[in-house]
Design a binder for this molecule. Structure first.
Ligand SMILES: [Zn+2]
Length: 781
């Protein structure tokens, strides 16, 4: 499963309107970006080592309190569900689920005979419960159907129970969406028993088949292979069969008027995209990279795609981004179907890769209970990162990892908990989206990947995947596979990072002895320690750049301290702690502005250049720091370095106390130049930053002219929206004629209206508020 995914302006637009608003009524260029032409790197030899600031004052992290909740241990199984066959139709007039299901159940090995079995069934009524032709007695409390068997079920014996049921007043499980006459179901975590009685906990695996009825002209998608379809009166019955075992929360049924786009198969595996008949091009665009990802994940894991086919289907008004129903993923239509101009901000490939990753981690190997759900979600997020790195290159892969680390650090500021965690208040879904499962889980796997190297890491992953295929897993199974593959003990690693909480906070210092030509790096851990977070024993990669070459060495940190040195022929120009940012940490490593300037220009690792931007941005009074940031807004080869530098100087320029001094003019000029960046994400950031500047006179006039131009003509409507919003903030009522004109256009995700409305509200004049009111989104239902 994945939460809502879209970034920045697109995400805020989603809140306003959850479904695409049709195609734009103005011509849209298909290929908006210009070729990237940036100057080559130049080494700045004028830099000298200057003053090194002290360590930061105050704590670098204050852990948030643990989340509320009580312990929910794994459910104890009392029988083995081996197969389930269900006939179901969705009754539109009553919005009811009407079905008949037969469960084939076996007694557990060496268990005592059982005279009752409990089947999960939510908000249902029952017409009959039978074994063959024999009616069975049953009790029902609204959640659990207790069936009294005619003869006790003994160990390893089988019985079949058939239930005729009707669910008209469901609180969840199946969702009717009248606008497109679509019904979809959502199981995870324990909701499938609201539309089909079953064993609704992940720690049992079963095969199943569905006979799903639709109106003529509609189709039904479910798990496994389409075994057949037949016309019965005004209806069609679609027969789907899953013949490999899976957990029941992965059952799905979707019905509606769909067009199925069949991509080229991967080996013999058919790959299909189910989209709306009016969204064929957007369907191809949104799902385009699926075969490439199937191939990549098969190669990386050494386990070929483990199911007989892979379908993805877009569904309307979905509460999540996507759901990895085995062989038949549901995807939020707003996240997959997007116009070409909305890229790269719109990123359906990430969602596609995440849900595809689940076909291995989640579906083939399934967490045994929700406390270990990082084995599903951390892994799927990791596979998403692996796909991005392979698809778009190591810089994008590294930036994805950094994003996950930043989310993890934020998570622990809000509320700190270990990855493995089985406490919640009302619903197991509460453990999913705190940041400790998706980004932290992926980050821990990336740390292992870096420690072991790709070859050994993927051998361990292959061992884990092969040993547990079609089964349930807990974290100990993962540790076992890594220990068996490497011959090393991973107890400390898992205790620190998975069963324990938090991460190390380092204070790092460097000393270069010019006489001895020796560099020494010292580190200590200063994070608050308690029963959940101790010291983190880690080996940290350090890199020093000098005029006579690059030197790398490792600082082993044990029991909270570490120190290591290396011979260096020339003084260090820059020093990286944790080269490559593989370790989840916060580091305070005071270095001179000159060293950070050097790092910003010369580090081959994009995360080193971003670190330099972030640290230089904290030195607002330092003219050299500002100049370095201004230069990197146009010189860096990676868009996110430019975007972060743009954001940093924008914040600098928004400080009214700086007045109209010369640097303000250079900031404004740099931001205007950045609105011509080849990457729309940088242009969006620049357009937004310009709206925060405190300018007057000709400088202000030049900025407004550029913003108006951008709002009218940028190839990306997302950039146009950001530019219009900034123009409104600066020009106030004078911007209203342009705003009226641009807001009249109906666009995907309201990418112009939403930021414009926010800006109009901020301006707050009666005229601005009146225009905002005209386009205010309807209040949420
Ligand atoms: Zn997921």
């Amino acid at each position: 499963m994945k939460g809502i995914y879209l970034t920045s302006v697109v995400a805020s637009a989603l809140v306003a309107a959850c479904t695409p608003r049709g195609t734009p009524t103005v011509p849209v260029p298909e290929n908006p970006t210009q070729p990237l032409v940036l100057p080559p790197f130049k080494m700045d030899t004028s830099l000298t080592i200057d003053r090194v600031p002290p360590f930061q004052q105050g704590p670098l992290i204050v852990w948030g309190p643990p989340p509320d909740g009580i312990t929910h241990p794994e459910r104890v199984r009392t029988y083995d569900l081996q197969h389930q066959s269900t006939t179901v139709r969705f009754d539109w007039p009553r919005q009811a689920v009407v079905g008949t299901t037969t469960l084939t159940i076996a007694g557990l090995p060496s268990a005592a005979p059982r005279s009752t079995v409990v089947i999960d069934a939510g908000d249902m009524t029952f017409k009959s419960v039978t074994a063959g032709a024999t009616p069975l007695k049953y009790d029902y409390d609204g959640h659990a159907l207790t069936v009294h068997l005619a003869t006790p079920l003994r160990a390893d014996q089988k019985t079949s129970i058939t239930i005729e049921y009707d669910g008209a007043n469901r609180s969840k499980g199946a969702y009717f969406r009248p606008a497109r006459h679509i019904v979809w179901t959502q199981g995870e975590t324990e909701d499938n028993h609201y539309w089909v009685p079953t064993y609704d906990f992940p720690n049992d695996k079963t095969t199943w088949e569905f006979y799903i009825w639709t109106a003529k002209g509609e189709r039904a998608l479910s798990n496994g292979r389409l075994a057949g379809s037949r016309t019965v009166g005004d209806s069609i019955e679609w027969h789907w069969v899953l013949d490999k075992p899976a957990s029941t929360y992965l059952m799905t049924a979707v019905t509606g008027n769909y067009t199925v786009l069949q991509d080229k198969p991967w080996r013999n595996v058919p790959i299909g995209y189910w989209t709306y008949p009016d969204s064929i091009d957007a369907g191809w665009r949104g799902f385009a990279k699926t075969p490439q990802a199937v191939d990549l994940f098969s190669r990386k894991t050494g386990v070929p795609y483990p199911w007989n086919k892979y379908d993805q289907i877009v569904i309307p008004q979905f509460q999540y981004g996507g759901m990895e129903n085995v062989t038949a993923t549901s995807q939020n239509d707003a996240e997959i179907l997007h116009p070409a101009w909305s890229e790269p901000q719109a990123n359906s490939a990430g969602l596609m890769a995440h849900e595809l990753g689940h076909q291995w981690y989640g579906d083939l190997l399934t967490t045994r209970d929700w406390g270990d759900v990082w084995l599903n979600e951390g892994f799927a997020t990791f596979m998403e990162q692996i796909f991005r790195e392979e698809d778009l290159g190591v810089d994008e892969g590294a930036y994805d990892r950094l994003g996950a680390q930043e989310q993890t650090i934020d998570a622990d500021r809000r509320t700190r908990r270990p990855i493995v965690w089985n406490k919640w208040v009302n619903d197991p879904i509460e453990v999913f989206f705190s940041g400790h499962i998706y980004p932290k889980g992926a980050t821990i796997l990336q740390m292992l990947r870096h420690q072991l190297g790709d070859d050994l890491f993927w051998r361990a992953m292959n061992r884990y995947t092969t040993a547990n295929a079609y089964g349930n897993v807990v974290t100990a199974d993962l540790r076992k596979a890594f220990e068996e593959t490497t011959g090393k003990n991973y107890k400390a690693f898992f205790d620190q990072w998975v069963y324990g909480a938090g991460f190390p906070v380092f204070q790092v210092s460097s000393l270069y002895d010019r006489a001895a030509r020796r560099l020494v790096i010292s580190a200590k851990e200063v994070q608050p320690r308690d029963s959940l977070s101790g010291f983190f024993d880690v080996d940290v990669d350090v890199e020093a750049r000098t005029d006579s070459g690059v030197v790398r060495f490792v600082v082993p940190v044990r029991n909270g301290t570490g120190e290591a040195g290396t011979n260096l022929k020339a003084p260090p120009r820059s020093i990286r702690w944790d080269k490559g940012n593989w370790i989840l940490d916060i580091t305070d490593f005071p270095r001179s502005t000159a060293m950070l300037q050097y790092q910003l220009v010369n580090d081959d690792d994009v995360l080193g250049r971003i670190e330099a931007v972030d640290v230089l941005a904290q030195r607002p009074a330092d003219q050299n720091a500002l100049n370095a940031l201004v230069r990197s807004t146009r010189n860096d080869r990676f868009w996110a370095v430019r975007a972060r530098a743009v954001d940093a100087i924008g914040i600098w320029g928004s400080d009214a106390t700086r007045g109209t001094i010369a640097p303000m003019r250079s900031v404004a000029n740099a931001l205007v130049a950045a609105t011509r960046d080849p990457d729309a994400r940088v242009r969006e950031e620049a357009a937004t930053a310009l709206g925060r500047l405190t300018l007057s006179g000709t400088a202000a006039r030049d900025v407004m002219i550029r913003l108006r131009e951008l709002a009218r003509s940028d190839p990306s409507y997302i950039v146009r929206g950001a530019a219009l919003a900034s123009d409104i903030r600066l020009e106030k009522n004078a911007a209203l004629p342009l705003a009226k004109q641009l807001m009249a256009v109906d666009l995907w995700q309201n990418v112009i209206r939403t930021p414009a409305v926010n800006a109009l509200k901020a301006v707050g004049t009666p005229e601005a508020l009146q225009l905002a009111q005209q386009y205010a989104p309807p209040t949420a239902q």
